[in-house]
Design a protein around this ligand. Sequence first.
Ligand SMILES: [Zn+2]
Length: 385
Amino acid sequence: MNRRDWMTSLAALAAAPRAGAAQPAKATLALSDYEPKSMLHVPETKVERARFPVIDFHAHLSWSIPLGKEGKEPKHTATPQEVLTVMDRKNIRMMVNLTGGWGEVLSKTIRYWQTPHPGRFLTFTEPCWNRSAEPGYPRFQAEELARARQAGARGLKILKTLGLYLREKITTGPLVKVDDPRFDPMWEAAGALKMPVAIHTSDPEAFFLPIDRFNERWEELHAHPDWSFHGKDFPSNKVLMEARNRVAARHPRTQFVYLHVGDSENLPWVSEWMDRYPNVWVEFGARIGELGRQPRAARKFFDRYQDRILFGTDAVPHGDEYPQQVFCDALYEIYYRFLETEDEYFDYAPARIPPQGRWRIYGLGLPEQILRKVYHRNAERLLNL
Ligand SMILES: [Zn+2]
């Protein structure tokens, strides 16, 4: 039989339905319709309440004014009562609302959340990016931080705005670098005022790659094309991370919390930073999908840096368009299951399809003394509670 005859007979064989066999499935299936159910028979532990009281270090209970816009009103994502109900059910003692804004917006945010519920809500301030091109900004910003502390803010939040959105003329011109010296007085003031800096720099590595069939976050980027930093004038992940590390190195008396584990896909690299900079901490909001798919490396990481890891979720009330962050009972149950149990191969987000990439995670089964630190003791120490 020559090759061509052989191919033809193979095709004929494939086309002919065997007696009694089900019709062959369609050759194609839309990725969005594919919802495989795991056939594993493994323990499924429901952890309704955390074993110890929780401080959620990373939440967005309000949004301040977007870059380049003016305004005086914060946008609250829920009412305190709505949030407190879930907190009480899930053993969450305190939520840290990172995006408190500055000036009047900050004061209003504090009055809405923190003042009526002391010990339950804490507020961070944000830099006034819109004034960052003005002469005198470095000093203004440092003084503004002291005013924010006076108003009740307990830390400083830096969105990925710095490095990826803020430009020399705010929304136009070249991107401002993370380690631009105009912010040095602000970093120093944060240290002097004992306000930790919660900093989000860069994003998953796949966000810097083309949105093609090799991209492991194709569905996520397809749903949120504005999250892509591929091409244009965007710096690389490495350049962003290194600039942020230079900031931490230059201000050793300031405590920096690298949000999202800094780079949860590269724990050896994060470990180098943790070893090099004793003033660096990490928080793991919206990254248990990453930690949980490398459970052995993650477990070692938690062992080694157990005194500088903070519990955080990046929770957004009604944030339904990103299920890995939607503030609800189910979200916290997943985090608790990940930290407390050795359950295998479960969903990292309450969603029909894993929203950040098509994989599942494994629990770390942390011992009690690490759980206590991660759930609340480290945050208490950092925030001087
Ligand atoms: Zn966040």
